[in-house]
Design a protein around this ligand. Structure first.
Ligand code: ADP
Ligand code: MG
Length: 330
C-alpha cells in the first residue's frame, strides 16, 4: 500500500452565500503514485476543488495537506501554487508564437544549460512530442498542444500533476493514446495524477481511485470498479454508464421484484436467451455498436436496453427472452 500523499479535509469554498456554488465539506485522501479521477457535471465544483488543492483558491474552511504539511493559500505566499504540483488547465497557457521546445524549456533555470537541454528533450520523448520540437504552438493540433502543456508541467520534476478536463480538446483516438501515456508515465515515474472530467469514461479507464462530485458534494470515493458495481445512489449509477433506470411500477411490470422506489441496471447485466422460460420482450430497435449490438427491448409498455455481443443475432420486431437477474435498488 502506497503512502498517503495528499489529504483533503472538510474543504468548503462557496462563491455566493445565498445559493450553493463551489464545494462543500469535501474530504478524501490520495496515495502517492495513484491516478485519481474526479467526475462531475459542469458546475459541480471540479475546478474549484483542484484550485484549492493546488493553493490557487483559499477555501472558506477546511484544509489540504501535502506530505503532512498544509497547502498555503494564494495570500499566504508570494507565488500562488504548490511547488511540488502543477496544474494544466483547458486553455493550456502556452506561448503560441514560441516553439514547442522553448515553451517547455522556459520552465527551467539557465544555471546548467546542458541539463536544461537534456531534461527538456527527455520529457518531450516521454510525451511523444520530440518531432514537434521546432514547431510553433500555433501550428499544432489541440491534442499536440495538450501534450506540450503536460510536458511543460512535468519538466520541473513535480510530484503531482493536476489536469483540468485534459481530454476535452482531443479526438477519441488521440484521447485513448493520451490516457494510456498518462497512465504509463504515472506508473513509470511514480507521478501522482489528479484529473477532473465531466466524462466518466475518462476516469473509469485509467484511475486507481474515482470520486463522484455533484453540486459541490462528494458522493462517492472508491476504486472505479467498486463505484461502477456498487454505486451508492441513483445519481452515481446514472452518471457512470449507460444505466437503465426504472421506477418501481415499471420494474414490477417486467417482473423485477423490488421493495424500493427505483431500479437501476446496466445493459450488460441483462441476460438474453432464447431457450428459457422467462420474460418475453419485443426488439424495438437494434443499435449497431461495432463489436456488439445494443438492443432496445419492450415488454408491457416498458422499455429497457440490453447488450448482444454477437452482432446481428437479433432483428427489429424479433421476440426474445430477457432476464433481469441482477439490478440495484434505491
Ligand atoms: P466545474 O469545474 O465542475 O465546472 P467550477 O468549480 O468551475 O465547476 O464551478 C462550481 C460552481 O462555482 C459553479 O456554479 C460556478 O459558476 C461557480 N464559480 C466558479 N468560480 C467562480 C468564481 N470565481 N466566482 C463565482 N462563482 C464561481
Ligand atoms: Mg471546470
Amino acid at each position: 500500500m502506497n503512502e498517503q500523499l495528499i489529504s483533503v479535509q472538510n474543504l468548503t469554498k462557496q462563491y455566493q452565500e445565498s445559493q450553493s456554488s463551489g464545494i462543500s465539506q469535501v474530504s478524501f485522501s490520495i496515495r502517492r503514485g495513484d491516478i485519481v479521477a474526479i467526475i462531475g457535471e459542469s458546475g459541480s465544483g471540479k475546478s474549484t476543488l483542484l484550485k484549492c488543492m493546488y493553493g490557487l483558491v483559499a477555501p472558506d474552511s477546511g484544509e489540504v495537506h501535502f506530505a503532512g504539511k498544509r497547502v498555503l493559500g494564494p495570500h499566504e505566499q508570494l507565488i500562488p501554487g504548490h511547488t511540488e504540483m502543477k496544474m494544466v488547465t483547458q486553455d493550456f497557457s502556452l506561448n503560441i508564437y514560441a516553439k514547442v521546445y522553448d515553451n517547455i524549456a522556459a520552465m527551467l533555470s539557465n544555471t546548467n544549460v546542458a541539463i536544461k537541454l537534456q531534461r527538456t528533450l527527455e520529457v518531450m520523448e516521454q510525451l511523444h512530442i520530440g518531432h514537434l520540437k521546432d514547431k510553433k504552438i500555433s501550428e499544432l493540433s489541440g491534442g499536440e498542444q495538450q501534450r506540450v502543456a503536460i510536458a511543460k508541467a512535468l519538466v520541473s520534476n513535480i510530484q503531482v500533476l493536476l489536469l483540468d478536463e485534459p481530454f476535452s480538446q482531443v479526438d477519441s483516438l488521440l484521447k485513448n493514446q493520451l490516457r494510456a501515456d498518462i497512465r504509463r508515465l504515472a506508473k513509470e515515474t511514480g507521478l501522482t495524477v489528479v484529473l477532473v472530467s465531466h466524462d466518466p469514461t475518462d476516469g473509469l479507464f485509467l484511475a486507481d481511485q474515482l470520486l463522484i462530485l455533484k453540486d459541490g458534494i462528494l458522493l462517492q470515493n472508491d476504486h472505479p470498479t467498486q463505484v461502477y458495481e456498487h454505486p451508492v445512489n441513483l445519481y452515481t449509477a446514472k452518471i457512470l454508464g449507460n444505466a437503465v433506470h426504472l421506477d418501481a411500477q415499471d420494474a414490477q411490470l417486467l417482473g423485477v421484484k423490488t421493495t424500493k422506489q427505483q431500479v437501476v441496471f446496466y445493459p450488460e447485466w441483462v441476460e438474453l436467451k432464447s431457450s428459457w422460460n422467462s420474460r418475453r420482450f419485443e426488439v424495438v430497435e437494434v443499435y449497431y455498436k461495432g463489436f456488439y449490438d445494443e438492443l432496445l427491448l419492450e415488454r408491457n409498455g416498458v422499455q429497457i436496453r440490453a447488450l448482444q455481443l454477437n452482432t446481428g443475432t437479433h432483428k427489429k420486431n424479433d421476440h426474445i427472452q430477457a432476464n433481469i437477474s441482477r439490478f440495484l435498488e434505491f
